[in-house]
Design a protein around this ligand. Structure first.
Ligand SMILES: Cc1cc2nc3c(=O)[nH]c(=O)nc-3n(C[C@H](O)[C@H](O)[C@H](O)COP(=O)(O)OP(=O)(O)OC[C@H]3O[C@@H](n4cnc5c(N)ncnc54)[C@H](O)[C@@H]3O)c2cc1C
Length: 393
């Protein structure tokens, strides 16, 4: 079957749905379609590891509202090829779509452990993953969570709060060890243990075997860990294959310019985009909600003729039991860090610096300071410890 749309969006996720809003804010008439590989309308992903488990939200409350924007959604359709000359896209049902303007918002695919494939092993990313895990939940269920980054630590906390017996397997020494300064990472790890999460440090999973009852994970150390279910949060790889096959430049994501344009009439937004960050002065690929939503909306406006550079510096956030934070910019534990605590590890700010310039700010249980953090990151400095103490507290 052949379809024709003024605007075609590949990926009905967070960036794709935001783009629909962006297009409509400038073009009330153009036809819009979203092609989504998942069987659902667009939804918010962050609640999958937080609010759906704490009871703050129900699954009916996570849909992204695109009703009223007069966009046609093709759910359960996987785009398989882009022809940039003919300006067409093909999907896995054999349908063809002619487009005027195209957005690639295909997100990323969870990294997997070779050979560890079973219905009791969830590489956690989607609403269906949430339902599979939630349906399986029973008191004292034993779950092994692999990965001490954002997804692993959040889902471990969420499951523990729901009565599961959680073993968290991290390859380093501490939860969040790549992001938080050492003393904070140590505190978070101790905090998880106090909440009943069993932590296996230096645990690298090399494979495993499954039965009807559960999964046995084999570690590189020779140890093994048994669980009824396994949830893995090992990061994602950006979905760039469509762009690459169409001859569009790819380098840790799909390369775009400051207007989020990758090729004539083709824009990219969200986890899949490698874009030039105006404040930090370097290329980045950001895997967070604020980036997906602001980039998506911005790309949508540009598709409808705004032609403006994307200059927003995105923030991100996380909730771990009753700990929570927001963060702006680049956070890397290998940078110089300056910690400014009002109450140690409960309320404070961590500044991340390179050559005296603030590159990132972690607002630990400190709220409404994102814009102030952005202003600080935009300043050239150089900053010393005394300049930063008390600045955002
Ligand atoms: C469990 C979880 C918790 C998170 N929590 C936070 C948080 O607390 N804070 C935060 O800032 N960020 C969080 N994130 C990250 C945030 O959700 C992502 O950065 C955001 O969803 C990226 O948006 P996107 O549109 O680029 O990708 P997605 O939202 O993943 O959407 C991409 C969509 O494209 C579809 N697709 C892929 N290929 C094709 C194709 N060829 N054809 C058609 N469709 C295709 C995919 O199936 C998917 O539905 C979380 C992510 C997860 C998974």
């Amino acid at each position: 079957m052949e379809h024709t749309f003024d605007y075609l969006i590949l990926g009905a996720g967070m960036a794709g749905s935001a783009a629909t809003k962006g297009i409509r804010s400038r073009d009330p008439k153009g036809t819009i379609a979203l092609l989504g590989a998942e069987p659902h309308p667009p939804y918010d992903r962050p609640p999958l590891s937080k609010d759906l488990w704490s009871g703050k939200k129900s699954p009916e409350q996570i849909w992204r509202n695109i009703e009223g924007l007069r966009a046609t959604l093709f759910p359960g359709r996987h785009a398989t090829a882009i022809d940039t000359r003919a300006k067409t896209v093909r999907d896995d049902h054999g349908d063809h779509y002619r487009y005027g303007k195209l957005l690639i918002a295909t997100g990323g695919t969870p990294r997997r452990i070779a050979g560890l494939e079973n219905e009791r092993v969830i590489y956690y990313r989607t609403l269906d993953d949430y339902h599979a895990l939630h349906d399986a939940l029973h008191p004292d269920m034993r779950v092994a969570v692999i990965g001490g980054g954002f997804i692993g630590s959040e889902i471990a906390a969420a499951l523990a709060m729901n009565g599961a017996k959680v073993a968290l397997l991290i390859d380093g020494e501490f939860i969040g060890g790549r992001v938080y300064p050492r003393a904070l990472a140590e505190f978070v790890t101790k905090y998880f243990r106090e909440k009943g999460v069993e932590i296996h440090t230096g645990a690298r999973v090399k494979g495993g075997s499954a039965s009807d009852e559960g999964v046995t994970l084999q570690l590189e150390s020779g140890d093994s860990v048994e669980a009824e279910w396994v949830v893995a949060g090992l990061g994602i790889t950006p979905n760039v294959q469509l762009a690459q096959a169409a001859g569009i430049e790819v380098d840790n994501g799909i390369v775009v310019d400051e207007q989020l344009l990758a090729a004539p009439d083709i824009w990219v937004a969200g986890d899949a985009a490698n874009y030039p960050d105006a404040t930090l002065g370097e290329r980045r690929r950001v895997e967070h909600e604020d980036a997906a939503l602001t980039m998506g909306e911005h790309a949508g406006k540009n598709m409808a003729g705004a032609d403006a550079p994307y200059t927003h510096l995105p923030y991100f956030y996380s909730d771990l039991f009753d700990l929570g934070y927001e963060a702006v910019g680049e956070l890397d534990a290998r940078m110089q860090t300056i910690e400014d605590w009002k109450e140690p590890f409960r309320e404070g700010v961590v500044y991340y610096l390179k050559d005296g310039r603030v590159r990132g700010v972690l607002l630990w249980n400190v709220w409404d300071k994102k814009d102030a953090a952005r202003e600080l990151i935009a300043q050239r400095g150089p900053f010393e410890e005394k300049d930063l103490r008390g600045k955002l507290l």
